[in-house]
Design a protein around this ligand. Structure first.
Ligand code: AMP
Length: 178
């Protein structure tokens, strides 16, 4: 099963992704995590990634595709994955043709997401108010079209992400097990 989780920062993607990985025995993978790991490297690309991520901007599509598609060639992803954070633009979704069975959109309002993020402590460089606002804007401009893209393909599952964690998980499983 090749799943993709979509939602704004604070929507609960990593929580639900880890629950799903446990239940369906498929690996969970976050593009943000891969990029943050690479950003720690003291190389030119590491420094550039750190700057890009901390500003709240997206990594350009060509670099993202190169890095994530190479990563997904690892044998542990041969039987499926739960992807969080990729694809995030229509260009990426187009290029990832064949890589997705179902897309789960965790729907959470900007207000609720900001409220949740304000209440969690973080040492991430991209969790400043400025970077968070930028990422929410980018979500509306670049990732919402991805939701429409998968809706047209008949792959979209929309779940109310404002319910409590267990209820959201139940709703996702109900849809996947149909
Ligand atoms: P996330 O943890 O998914 O919010 O990702 C953290 C940061 O990594 C993002 O703000 C982007 O700078 C970068 N990133 C992660 N996934 C992507 C992607 N699919 N396309 C472009 N940039 C990405």
């Amino acid at each position: 099963m090749k799943l993709v989780l979509i939602g704004i920062q604070g929507a609960g993607k990593s929580t639900q992704g880890n629950f799903l990985a446990d239940k369906y025995k498929i690996p969970y993978l976050s593009s943000g995590h891969i990029f943050r790991d690479m950003a720690r490297e003291k190389t030119q690309i590491g420094r550039w990634l750190k700057e890009t991520i901390n500003s709240g901007a997206l990594v350009p599509d060509d670099k993202t595709l190169e890095i994530i598609l190479t990563y997904l060639e690892k044998p542990e992803y041969a039987n499926g994955y739960i992807l969080d954070g990729f694809p995030r633009t229509v260009v990426q979704a187009d290029a990832f043709n064949g890589g997705v069975d179902k897309v789960i959109f965790l729907e959470v309002s900007d207000k609720e997401a900001l409220w949740r993020l304000a209440g969690r402590s973080s040492d991430r460089g991209d969790e400043t108010i400025h970077a968070i606002k930028k990422r929410i804007d980018l979500f509306h401009n670049f990732t919402e079209p991805v939701i429409q893209f998968y809706k047209k393909e008949g792959k979209l599952i929309v779940v109310d992400g404002e319910k409590n964690i267990d209820e959201v998980f139940k709703d996702i499983c109900k849809e996947l097990d149909k």
